[in-house]
Design a protein. Structure first.
Length: 335
């Protein structure tokens, strides 16, 4: 459960929303549990290696641009704020090859999808850590090297927002960064920078002005932590549009089940075969707040342990290891 330190009565309502719960909820899946490194699950070995292509492999769609060979640290602003020695990193797309018979879909240079393919992955461990340093039993194939903060704030919906906001920062669109609270009120980076504050007036939220703030990335990160207190799975619908069945999904889209608690997982990369069937690398944050990670799973719904079959029709669903199946109607895209 996120700790709400202000906004009085309104906070009581918001604390119950989003990917939050004080206890595990019986939805057929179990929230991350504390474990020792020895018992933490590892992804299947084939998920981490680029499989050879047999001579009789079926033809794949036209080739996409080659994935980045190394992390472009300038593209991920938080990397410039790491005080301790950085572990060895690799771009997401270089770590996970598409399954046999599939090719990555084309993405435009500089697009959100291309940026996600370059996300920095740790090479030193696969065990997910919570915000307070605990080791968790999270179904991870790899961990994105991105700070999670020292409070129980950056959970599932917050992680989706974090990635989208960081991309906008990277491409110089910081002044377009704006998201809703669960109450429906809007909080923007531009407003936060100019001194925006929120106070309670009865049962309503009221904006007031205060001293301005710095315009650097560290302050931007503070803004996001402030936002994560009051945003959640319920508010994501206010900042996104449904991706209609029949329209291809793309990197940066997400599946969300709004509720108390709810959950959201992010499409990080998409590949397709010659018949147009799509698979995707999926990522999530979760409760308690924890490192954002690439999901691993087993079963017929996933290839090579990490490439999840995307639902094609309106009646399809996305199976995953952390939550109920997401119906195709749960797919959304940030505006």
């Amino acid at each position: 459960m996120k700790r709400k330190t202000w906004l009085a009565g309104w906070v009581i309502v918001l604390a119950a929303l989003g990917c939050r719960a004080s206890e595990a909820v019986d939805v057929g899946r179990t929230p991350a549990e504390t474990v020792s490194p020895a018992t933490a699950p590892l992804p299947p070995a084939e998920a981490l290696a680029e499989p050879p292509t047999p001579p009789d492999a079926p033809p794949a769609p036209s080739s996409a641009a080659a994935p980045p060979a190394k992390v472009d640290r300038a593209s991920y602003a938080w990397l410039g704020e790491v005080a301790e020695p950085m572990p060895e990193l690799a771009p997401l797309a270089s770590r996970f090859a598409p399954p046999q018979g599939y090719r990555r879909v084309e993405v435009a240079d500089g697009s959100y999808g291309a940026w996600l393919r370059g996300l920095p992955l740790r090479l030193d461990r696969k065990t997910v850590h919570a915000f307070d340093g605990r080791e968790l039993r999270s179904p991870a194939a790899a961990i994105v090297f991105m700070d999670v903060g020292d409070r129980d704030l950056q959970q599932c919906a917050d992680s989706a927002i974090r990635l989208h906001a960081e991309y906008r920062w990277h491409v110089g669109q910081g002044d377009k960064v704006s998201y809703h609270f669960t109450s429906g009120d809007v909080s923007s980076w531009k407003g936060w920078r100019s001194g925006e504050r929120f106070v309670i007036a009865g049962n309503a939220v009221k904006k007031v002005n205060g001293p301005g703030r710095k315009a650097d990335h560290a302050t931007f990160r503070d803004y996001l932590s402030h936002l994560f207190r009051y945003a959640g799975t319920q508010s994501l619908r206010l900042d996104s549009d449904a991706v209609p069945p029949g329209k291809p999904l793309a990197g940066g889209d997400f599946f969300v089940s709004p509720g108390a608690p709810g959950h959201a997982i992010v499409v990080l990369d998409v590949a397709e075969n010659a018949t147009g069937e799509q698979v995707a690398l999926m990522g999530q944050g979760y409760m308690p707040a924890q490192e954002f990670h690439v999901l691993a799973d087993r079963g017929e719904h996933v290839l090579d342990g990490v490439w999840f079959k995307l639902p094609a029709g309106a009646d399809g669903a996305l199976s995953n290891p952390s939550w109920q199946d997401f119906p195709r109607s749960a797919a959304r895209r940030f505006r």
